[in-house]
Design a protein around this ligand. Structure first.
Ligand SMILES: CCCCCCCCCCCCCCCC(=O)SCCNC(=O)CCNC(=O)[C@H](O)C(C)(C)COP(=O)(O)OP(=O)(O)OC[C@H]1O[C@@H](n2cnc3c(N)ncnc32)[C@H](O)[C@@H]1OP(=O)(O)O
Length: 170
């Protein structure tokens, strides 16, 4: 399988915040944002793998800024590292000032997707080769995030999480 860069999977979705999607403070409901990020990330994982993909884990979500009613919200997702059958997808969320077009980063998240065949069995994905400095930083941090996710899910013994442990012993 031919290796791909993150730009091959980059997915951008822009939409606005409607009244039915807000909480009591008139800000975008967190679950709605999670769903928008899941949709963009699953398209990115599908573009990288050209397979059916399923969300295996939501590894990290940071709701740094509330997103008010009426905001123009852009969700950008791209595969940040690919393994055997799984892919880490990094998602950045931006809000855009209606009048001057200035973009502000509101949130970010990291999801893990697994490519599967028609029976739901995990199947191989192409390697990912990062290109830009940001892509390289995200690529290099991905293995410890995968190990943390597997440890929390009870799928890896903490002792085997060598990359994660190195964070604390360096
Ligand atoms: C464009 C072309 C498309 C064409 C076609 C389109 C069709 C249009 C489809 C629309 C698609 C919409 C997609 C929406 C996205 C959902 O909403 S999907 C619904 C929610 N998700 C689910 O239902 C998934 C349910 N879970 C599962 O099916 C299984 O647990 C999984 C995820 C397949 C993993 O199965 P498993 O038995 O644990 O498999 P296993 O071999 O142990 O692990 C497989 C890989 O996952 C990793 N993994 C497993 N758990 C974790 C974890 N917690 N953390 C990190 N990694 C993990 C493993 O490390 C392994 O990685 P690799 O080393 O192979 O890379």
């Amino acid at each position: 399988m031919e290796a791909k860069s993150p730009s091959a999977s980059r997915t951008t979705m822009t939409d606005m915040v409607l009244p039915s999607e807000t909480n009591a403070l008139q800000n975008l409901f967190g679950g709605e944002l999670l769903a928008r990020m899941d949709r963009a990330a699953s398209i990115a994982a599908g573009r990288h793998s050209r397979r059916i993909t399923v969300t295996a884990s939501v590894n990290h979500v940071a709701f740094n800024l509330a997103i008010p009613l009426g905001s123009v919200v852009t969700v950008e997702a791209a595969v940040s590292r690919a393994y055997n059958t799984s892919m880490e997808v990094y998602i950045d969320v931006w809000i855009e000032d209606r009048y001057n077009g200035k973009r502000t980063k509101a949130n970010e998240a990291i999801y893990t997707f697994v490519a599967v065949d028609e029976t739901g069995k995990p199947t191989e994905v192409p390697e990912l080769v990062p290109e830009t400095p940001l892509e390289i930083t995200r690529f290099e941090g991905a293995l410890r995030r995968k190990q943390l996710s597997l440890v929390l899910a009870g799928k890896m013994k903490p002792d085997n999480a060598t990359e994660l442990k190195a964070l604390f012993t360096k």
